[in-house]
Write a protein that binds this ligand. Structure first.
Ligand code: 13P
Ligand code: SF4
Length: 354
């Protein structure tokens, strides 16, 4: 069993043996059994920054998903090794934009005469290839905690933004935080010729949204919000910006996982909250704040865990730590140098955002 005391003891012993040589990062969506061994926890932005701030660690064990481990590799020194305890921990959203598709999209924008005035802004939840494309074409990376600042910056550089790969974060930020209208956005479908758009439509848009989404957050609906408001009078609805626009528009508060935690920390006793984000985090927060009299429920009980985040379990973590402690480097995530140099440009633009 994952909470097997033997496994807990083995993880502890392997970590102790490695000492300062290992640094364990844990994303907020990780299981409790894993998060207990994280040296730091955070949202995507905080973890990228923290990974870069540990030059003394020979091994960075990333408890999260593949694109996060890639970003950590890009931002750390060449002799630091980033390890992902289960290589099958991908992200379905990141997989929705491939390098070939994005190169083709850029050709379509070039044909329409707008590539020169378009700045790519790519969500952290994308492959290193997409980050490299972004860096090469003068763009920046963003996370859910700095998307507005990234768009402000991008619109100082050009007239239009190509936002990859999460249409919802792109649309929600444009409409909610930037004062744009839904009509300022068009949806580029990589599975259709020319993205399913005419040159006219592309030229008329300010935001060109890639047709990608998160398979977990995409399942919260307007009904989820209406139902919970009916069930729990006075409830505050707090959701992640990867949710659909209609969900975000109906919510009371919107923000990254770190924002969600901070908001609940500051909430008064007796307040009631319905949270629309990944279930591991919601369960942990519900348990943590129950003793303070804050009632926290999952926005929609039919939505389940992020299956790829959940791939990292205690057995995989124990295996990775014990292997490293025995001198076997396993599951290293290493981005090739050419990709790394351009992806780093884009990530560093994000880290430098005001
Ligand atoms: P944040 O932790 O940056 O809010 O990201 C959420 C997410 O979906 C990561 O996969
Ligand atoms: Fe990807 Fe969504 Fe899982 Fe985050 S929660 S890793 S965006 S599938």
């Amino acid at each position: 069993s994952p909470s097997d005391p033997d496994l807990v003891e083995r993880a502890r012993a392997a970590k102790e043996k490695l000492g300062n040589k290992v640094f364990v990062l844990g994303h907020h969506y990780q299981r409790d059994e894993v998060i207990q061994f994280a040296d730091v926890t955070g949202d995507s932005f905080k973890l990228a920054r923290d990974a870069a701030a540990r030059p003394e660690a020979e091994y960075i064990v990333f408890c999260g998903v593949h694109f996060m481990a890639e970003s950590a590799d890009i931002l750390t020194a060449d002799d630091q090794k980033v390890v992902l305890p289960d290589l099958a921990a991908g992200c379905s959203m990141a997989d929705m934009a491939t390098a070939e598709q994005v190169a083709e999209c850029w050709d379509v924008l070039t044909e329409a005469g707008i590539a020169e005035v378009t700045v790519p802004v790519s969500y952290m939840n994308s492959s290193a290839d997409i980050k490299a494309f972004t860096g090469k074409h003068g763009g920046t990376i963003c996370t859910s905690s700095n998307a507005k600042r990234a768009l402000d910056w991008a619109f100082e550089q050009g007239e239009k933004v190509l936002f990859l790969p999460d249409q919802h974060l792109g649309r929600n930020t444009a409409v909610r935080d930037m004062g744009m209208s839904l009509d300022d956005c068009v949806l580029y479908n990589p599975h259709k010729p020319n993205g399913g758009l005419t040159a006219e439509e592309l030229r008329g848009a300010k935001m060109i949204l890639w047709r990608g989404h998160c398979s977990v957050h995409g399942r919260f609906s307007l009904d989820s919000v209406n139902d919970v408001r009916e069930r729990i009078p006075g409830v505050n609805v707090l959701v992640h910006p990867e949710c659909k626009h209609e969900v975000v528009a109906a919510a009371d508060y919107v923000g990254s996982t770190e924002y969600i935690i901070k908001t609940l920390e500051a909430a008064p006793a007796g307040s009631k909250w319905a949270i629309g984000t990944e279930l591991n985090l919601v369960q942990r927060l519900a348990n943590r704040f129950a003793s303070e009299g804050k009632e926290i429920v999952f926005l929609d009980r039919t939505v389940c865990f992020c299956s790829t985040m959940n791939r990292i379990d205690l057995p995989h973590l124990v295996w990775a730590l014990e292997s490293l402690a025995e001198g076997n480097l396993v599951n290293r995530i290493q981005v090739d140098r050419e990709t790394e140099s351009f992806a780093k440009l884009a990530l560093e633009r994000m880290l430098a955002l005001p």
